[in-house]
Design a protein around this ligand. Sequence first.
Ligand SMILES: [Zn+2]
Length: 435
Amino acid sequence: MDPVIHLQNLIRCNTTNPPGNEIVAARYLADVLSRAGYAPVVLESAPGRGNVVARYKGDGSKRPLLLYNHLDVVPAEAEHWSHDPFAGVIDRGMVWGRGALDMKSIVVQQLMVMLRLARERPALRRDVIFAGCADEEVGGEMGLGFLVREHRALVDAEIGLSESGATPIYLNGHTLYAIQCGEKGSCRLVLRATAAPGHGASPDYENYAIRYLAIALERLTRAYLPTHLTTTVRNLLAALAPLVDVPADRLLDETGFEKALEQVAVPTLRQSLLHITRNSAAPTLLRAGTKINVVPGTAEAELDGRILPGYDVHHLMSEVRAAIGDDLPVEVIHVPGRDAPGLEAPSAGPVWDTLVGQLQKHDPAAVVVPTLLAGGTDAQHLAPLGVKTFGFSPMRFPRDFNWHGLVHGHDERVPIDALAWGIDVLYDTVLELCR
Ligand SMILES: [Zn+2]
């Protein structure tokens, strides 16, 4: 069947998370895969939280390739949309609806690859696994996290391909495709300032928790934490330098990096480069006091910690400590249990070369670069299995299509041509990775 029809049908499965109810999409996919000859399994992590896994068998001489995706979508405010977000309307060569980009179109690409494998029966050295997962938009514990915890053998693989990569960025006359080769980890820190409590009518500002916290936060947010260039980012900067007219040796020099960055003329690019070249600890929650006339003895700020691959929470804590200094009664505390690891897959070598080669085969103008995501994805759940994960969901969007603004936004839609192009790229890539 036509990929567009599958996409329309999947958009009509309302999998808004919360509550998710991904089971409707999981059953739909299981049905399509069964009819193609697969034996898919549908697994619920809780009632309605459906996941679906299917496998194309290779000869087992290499570890599997995992095509993983998420079936849930974020909520849509229908009153701001041109078409019903759950109707899957086709208009002006595009399919409209929540999930059209993030990521039911990619679910369909991966599905079409599985269907074509079943039709053409190529001899492969790896199994190809399709995993449609619940819950990514709320952290993935009920989806890929659940599969890894409780059905590990079903998703164990050497290489994983999923969303967030291989879509064109038109930059200074070049067509750039960034493949996500890693992402930052995350953790939760607390700054706790302590001083004497007292009466609000007679404050002692020399010994005042809220003031200490305010000073600490001012110091922490006055500048960004130090630059660290990971392997992925070094490869990215080396490829990017000639395209943005900044000498590579300047961009690749950690000490002068922030100065060199000012020469990059594209503000959005400057911003993303800033965040993937350092750890960060952004204050996002504040807590102090319970009553208007009582001076609190403690004041706290929670910090959203983001850590580059290759670094850990201790690095981040010492960088935060260095930023706020040692002269304040402020502790830096790690809140355990919320840590996600940073990930980095190789942006050189045979797998990388295949991804680049296939993009360039299908778009001869493609300049392909590796990149790192400042946020986190479902890939973090695969870290315990050692899967090398890449954001590789090829779609050749036209120049005037501002897809960034549509992901999680109103009128989310995908150009049908871009989707179809990507299915061919993905299929050829899967064959080359698995032969
Ligand atoms: Zn997504």
